[in-house]
Design a protein around this ligand. Structure first.
Ligand SMILES: NC(=O)c1ccc[n+]([C@@H]2O[C@H](COP(=O)([O-])OP(=O)(O)OC[C@H]3O[C@@H](n4cnc5c(N)ncnc54)[C@H](OP(=O)(O)O)[C@@H]3O)[C@@H](O)[C@H]2O)c1
Length: 309
């Protein structure tokens, strides 16, 4: 029998982390498509042994704690998800943001190398400035506009060519806080919403991303990979679609510009940072279309809210 692959997941309490730990354990996370796996190999029970570490278990800013954890777990693969993700707050907490996103990734890369583990570090479309005018490919020059984006790019630079960097964008999971939860709640309560239609990007559901991370943990190919659900969209289109799924009419969502946002966003966002996932989908199946991903997500949020008294 083949030996189980040992995977250590940091940030296991975050929205991607909970879905990834479930997926590696051969459990379908809520909102994922049980039929979808980019390499068409469903996860078999016992294929992976997973150690999920949340913030309480391991503070990635503590360099020696990172080394101790890696040396004692001795994983074959580390999926590094732990991150400071409060994009606007980062503008006033620069040092804290950099110590997690740059320092934490540097420590993880160093520790992984010391035991010969393969590192998969998850990064963001916010490393780009959004001025390209078309979807970003892996080799495009970076130019982050925000502290968060700069800190994630600084973390990328500590990865070696043998490590895998997965850039993803607009992540939304069934568990954890995100915009789709907020829109679905408003749609249900009869309120209306205002969303910007001048920021374009690619949605990524946490369950579908988790499945792509499984494929990358199996293949362990180095380099940068863009992973997101297919087709670009705007926040206004997402809000309109969630409204439709919840039975709301055309008046549910109003399109506004970034300048009209109240309160204004502290961090500048790229106006167009959709990720081209062609490199990934030349080898494996592309992640499902964003409408499909968001529909599954809304369905699962609804089911979870019915199950929770
Ligand atoms: N969310 C997005 O739209 C998005 C887009 C592109 C890329 N990404 C990247 O995708 C990855 C996963 O994101 P996500 O959406 O799952 O984020 P998330 O829900 O915010 O989860 C991040 C996790 O990291 C933990 N964390 C923060 N500081 C830490 C530290 N010093 N040591 C250890 N753990 C720490 C957090 O714990 P506490 O909450 O307890 O602090 C949280 O559980 C991140 O690398 C993120 O940068 C996210």
């Amino acid at each position: 029998m083949k030996q189980a692959v040992k995977v250590m997941v940091t940030g296991a309490g975050g929205q991607v982390g909970v879905d990834l730990v479930d997926t590696l354990g051969a459990l379908a996370p809520p909102g994922s498509d049980p039929g979808f796996q980019p390499d068409e190999r469903p996860v078999a029970r016992g294929e992976f042994v997973v150690t999920g570490l949340n913030h309480r278990d391991l503070d990635v800013t503590d360099q020696s704690a990172v080394m101790d954890a890696v040396v004692s777990i001795r994983p074959d693969v580390i999926v590094h998800l732990a991150a400071y993700t409060a994009v606007d707050r980062a503008e006033t907490e620069r040092d804290r943001c950099f110590s997690v996103n740059e320092g934490g990734t540097a420590s993880m890369s160093h520790a992984a190398r010391s035991i010969g583990a393969h590192l998969i570090a998850v990064s963001t479309d916010y490393v780009f400035d959004g001025t390209k005018g078309e979807a970003y490919v892996e080799g495009d020059p970076t130019n982050p506009l925000s502290v968060y984006g700069a800190s994630k790019r600084a973390g990328e630079l500590f990865c070696t060519d043998r490590d895998t960097i997965v850039r993803t964008s607009w992540v939304m999971g069934v568990r954890g806080k995100n915009v789709v939860h907020a829109i679905a709640a408003r749609a249900k309560s009869g309120e209306c919403v205002r969303f910007v239609d001048d920021q374009m990007g690619t949605v990524t559901t946490a369950g579908d991303l988790a499945r792509a991370l499984v494929t990358l943990a199996r293949e362990r190919v180095g380099g940068v990979w863009h992973v997101a659900n297919s087709d670009a969209t705007t926040w206004f289109e997402i809000a309109t679609y969630v409204g439709q799924l919840s039975g709301r009419g055309d008046d549910f969502a109003t399109a506004i510009s970034t300048e009209e946002l109240l309160p204004p966003q502290l961090a500048a966002r790229p106006r167009r940072s959709d990720l081209s996932t062609q490199k990934f989908s030349r080898i494996w199946s592309p992640l499902p279309d964003w409408h499909d991903g968001v529909a599954r997500l809304v369905n699962s949020i609804e089911r979870m809210s019915q199950a929770t008294p």
